[in-house]
Design a protein around this ligand. Structure first.
Ligand SMILES: CCCC(=O)SCCNC(=O)CCNC(=O)[C@H](O)C(C)(C)COP(=O)(O)OP(=O)(O)OC[C@H]1O[C@@H](n2cnc3c(N)ncnc32)[C@H](O)[C@@H]1OP(=O)(O)O
Ligand SMILES: Nc1ncnc2c1ncn2[C@@H]1O[C@H](COP(=O)(O)OP(=O)(O)OP(=O)(O)O)[C@@H](O)[C@H]1O
Ligand SMILES: O=C(O)CCC(=O)C(=O)O
Ligand SMILES: [Fe+2]
Ligand SMILES: [Mg+2]
Length: 334
């Protein structure tokens, strides 16, 4: 440690004081920088990640693992999703969301109008995704052995109705989460078919996980914005975006402060992905009052008040505590 000059001036960033070796790694046709810090902040010691993968996540805040979920599993998730759309499957807490354009029109939609379902923790056919051993093995590299599934989604990005509402604005998922520390939270997001720029792939800004959680608001988009699709307004539009082109079964793990979004679906098909946000059960809840997260707490609280006919709203902590499920190890604080 001494050799690295650890007694550095106050305020210097932790990683910036460490020795680095630079290499270039191709990501979807682009090149992201990898430096090799000699200590780790975002990953834990493990025998799964290669040195290259570990350094890549540390530096970029995401890691794509090819072909992690089998076609058979994905086909089963797809069929469960279709049953939910046809109301042949139901579960407590499940939220079924339509695209804003469809929700606000007179048009009576069929099941294809569903843009995403979330909170399927009580639906075994879908929640099985969150317990897949090959996913949890990776999650453990970031979180350690006690793992909570906090947030579940199956996103069915519809063909854009012409108003660009199928886009998801650039955001940081931590905006929605009243728990910390951020480095013990990770999202697993699996492509359920080939996903590229034509149907709206994930777009990430490598390295932004090292920054702060930013203020999020609704973007000022003319065609409308989906409920709760907050975005970061003040990001540098010239920062190098990386489009993650993924094949069916490929899975990306990403940090909750990584700035990301997804593009418009210009095809006639419904682009499907399934995801789970995990947190270590050693994490702790925070009170978001007086922080930039107060706006989302207010919105979720108001929604819960209306939906469940409550006199008072709920806190963001209440909202997440009830959804959280332990998928490995012990349930501690969460
Ligand atoms: C990493 C974290 C990422 C996250 O997104 S976490 C954020 C958590 N997100 C959520 O909890 C899901 C939000 N969505 C929902 O709760 C529901 O889909 C939503 C929006 C309340 C609609 O529920 P429904 O049961 O369909 O209710 P409804 O048809 O009676 O509509 C109620 C009012 O909501 C409106 N609405 C429905 N879908 C919408 C949409 N996509 N965008 C904007 N507004 C939407 C709908 O027009 C109606 O409005 P109004 O009351 O008539 O003015
Ligand atoms: N004009 C815009 N203002 C704010 N965010 C945008 C704008 N255009 C795109 N984005 C966001 O950037 C991310 C990726 O957009 P991307 O450019 O990949 O998609 P697109 O504009 O729909 O398609 P294309 O591949 O043709 O550029 C998404 O999160 C999207 O919401
Ligand atoms: O378009 C997608 O699948 C990504 C959505 C997303 O980032 C989110 O819901 O937080
Ligand atoms: Fe997100
Ligand atoms: Mg664009």
């Amino acid at each position: 440690m001494q050799a690295l000059g650890i007694n550095t001036p106050p305020g210097s960033g932790r990683l910036s004081i460490l020795q680095r070796h630079l290499t270039a790694v191709p990501v979807s046709g682009q090149v992201a920088t990898v430096s090799h810090p000699t200590s780790f902040q975002y990953t834990l010691d493990n025998d799964l990640l290669t040195t290259e993968q570990r350094h890549f996540y540390e530096e970029n805040g995401f890691l794509v693992v090819k072909n992690l979920v089998s076609d058979q599993d994905i086909d089963n998730f797809r069929s469960a999703f279709e049953k939910v759309c046809r109301k042949e499957l139901e579960a407590p807490g499940l939220v079924v969301m339509r695209d804003v354009v469809i929700a606000k029109s007179e048009f009576v939609p069929d099941q294809k109008a569903i843009t995403k379902i979330q909170d399927f923790q009580e639906l075994p056919e879908l929640f099985r995704y969150c317990s897949l051993p090959q996913i949890l093995r990776y999650v453990e590299c970031f979180l350690g052995p006690n793992i909570m599934a906090m947030h579940t989604m199956l996103i069915n990005k519809p063909p854009d109705a012409g108003k660009k509402t199928s886009r998801h604005p650039m955001h940081q998922d931590l905006h929605y989460f009243p728990f910390r520390p951020a480095e013990r939270i990770v999202c697993a997001w699996t492509a359920m078919e080939r996903i590229d720029r034509s149907n709206g792939c994930l777009v990430v800004i490598p390295g932004t996980h090292k920054g702060e959680l930013k203020q999020h608001d609704y973007p000022e988009w003319e065609g409308g914005v989906n409920k709760m699709y907050h975005g970061v307004r003040d990001f540098d539009p010239n920062s190098p975006r990386v489009h993650l082109v993924m094949e069916k079964g490929d899975t990306v793990f990403f940090h909750p402060v990584l700035l990301h979004g997804s593009g418009m679906n210009k095809t006639a098909g419904f682009r499907k992905a399934i995801s789970c946000h995990y947190a270590s059960s050693d994490c702790y809840y925070i009170d978001v009052k007086g922080t930039s997260q107060e706006n989302i707490e207010k919105e979720i609280s108001e929604l819960a008040r209306k939906r469940y006919g409550l006199e008072e709203g709920i806190t963001l902590k209440d909202a997440w505590f009830t959804r959280a499920r332990c998928v490995k190890g012990e349930r501690l604080n969460m």
